[in-house]
Design a protein around this ligand. Structure first.
Ligand SMILES: [Zn+2]
Length: 92
């Protein structure tokens, strides 16, 4: 479904995102996919700083991906954040 890449140069406030390609004018042009077609997630150091951060960040981004795969549109930030919060009690 997705591949995860780590970018240690992301700003501290960026936990992760669904990777987007840019057009010639640097506007978002599409979702980046790996060679085998998986959607690429990019996580920064903040998104990997703890087990809780990793689970919540991946849950958030996975919600966006699932929305995209089912409707062609990524889910809202509110829906993705709700997914991250839903995962929180299961992090041991
Ligand atoms: Zn999001």
């Amino acid at each position: 479904m997705f591949d995860v890449r780590h970018d240690p140069d992301l700003p501290e406030e960026v936990y992760g995102f669904v990777s987007r390609s840019l057009d010639a004018n640097f506007n978002p042009a599409g979702i980046v996919r790996s060679a085998d077609g998986r959607i690429v997630l990019t996580l920064g150091d903040s998104g990997l700083i703890s087990t809780q951060a990793a689970v919540e960040t991946i849950s958030h981004e996975l919600n966006h991906v699932r929305g995209f795969l089912s409707t062609g549109q990524m889910s809202s930030e509110a829906a993705a954040e709700a997914a991250a919060q839903t995962a929180r009690p299961y992090i041991k």
